[in-house]
Write a new protein. Structure first.
Length: 150
């Protein structure tokens, strides 16, 4: 089992998609007895924001507790330290290519192992939108873990 570490999950605000991907992947790895550092950041994140109630409730349905999470904006040092970076949409990958051209080879769409589609942001939407987004993220994370031999 070879899991790159650390793995950085990125979305826009770092309150909905990337924190769920971070916590879900960490839990799956812990359940498998595998250690890897997993963390998340946001391209447009305001620091120290909590995940909204709908996000926390939808995550709880996957046995994930998002309540400890606080948002953090992406810094260049985050990109430099990450062994692998996963983004929710192709535009985010393009943004990172401008920010760190040399690091683009370690940036992947989270959905790359499944359908390669954009994972829509459920921000400001109802519970069903969060459930749907988190189901997609969980499926995508599981596909990566399978690729890693877990």
């Amino acid at each position: 089992m070879m899991v790159p570490s650390p793995i950085l999950m990125i979305c826009a605000g770092n309150i909905n998609r990337s924190p769920f991907a971070e916590f879900y992947m960490r839990k799956r790895l812990e359940d498998a007895g595998v250690y890897a550092k997993i963390f998340s950041r946001g391209l447009l994140a305001l620091p120290n924001q909590r995940s909204p109630k709908n996000a926390q409730q939808a995550a709880a349905e996957f046995d994930i507790d998002l309540s400890p999470h606080v948002s953090q904006p992406l810094l260049r040092t985050d990109l430099d330290q990450a062994a692998m970076v996963m983004v929710m949409e192709a535009e985010q990958r393009q943004h990172l290519a401008k920010m760190s051209p040399a690091g683009i080879g370690k940036v992947f769409l989270l959905s790359q192992m499944t359908d390669g589609k954009r994972i829509g942001d459920p921000v400001g939407k109802d519970m069903e939108a969060f459930r749907k987004a988190y189901k997609v993220i969980a499926t995508d994370v599981d596909a990566w873990l399978s690729r890693f031999g877990i």
